[in-house]
Design a protein around this ligand. Structure first.
Ligand code: SF4
Ligand code: SF4
Length: 144
């Protein structure tokens, strides 16, 4: 099987569909993060998800229309990848930006969805709508 162009072409030359195909559906970028020390870059991930995350599939339930419900959702692009420090190491956008190989389980390599042991599918996710106070997020910090 030849490698997907999304994995081989320079990021700047990817079509919209190729760019989108880099997302493996881990869902980890849709979890709330807490930053405790900006200088040292201490960012903790919680198991609390954005209201639109489908934790079974790891996908957004309204990807095309998500900004209507979640205006602060981040649209990843070549212009902002360098500034975003909260993507997981395994994220294919980060891997490609840092010129590393994507994980061996990436759907573009296997032709299969990611294993159930990876990303939000492997976690007990709490939807943000079930968390009453933002201060409570600290109680949901997880180790990835
Ligand atoms: S962390 Fe990266 S690969 Fe995972 S869902 Fe987010 S954009 Fe996709
Ligand atoms: S709106 Fe969709 S893509 Fe954005 S953080 Fe929420 S679940 Fe993820």
């Amino acid at each position: 099987m030849s490698l997907s162009k999304a994995l081989t072409k320079p990021l700047a030359q990817l079509s919209h569909d190729e760019w989108e195909s880099l997302c493996d559906g881990c869902g980890l970028c849709c979890l709330h993060k807490l930053e405790f020390d900006e200088e040292r870059g201490l960012i903790y991930t919680t198991c609390v998800s954005c209201q639109l995350l489908d934790s079974e599939s790891g996908r957004c339930r309204d990807y095309a229309g998500r900004f209507k419900t979640v205006p602060n959702c981040t649209q990843l692009s070549l212009d902002n990848l360098a500034e975003i420090d909260w993507l997981p190491d395994s994220c294919a956008y980060r891997c490609r930006f840092e010129e590393r190989d994507v994980p061996e389980w990436h759907p573009l390599l296997t032709g299969q969805p990611i294993p159930v042991t990876i990303g939000v599918k492997a976690m007990a996710i709490v939807n943000e709508q079930e968390v009453e106070h933002e201060e409570d997020l600290e109680d949901y910090i997880v180790e990835l």
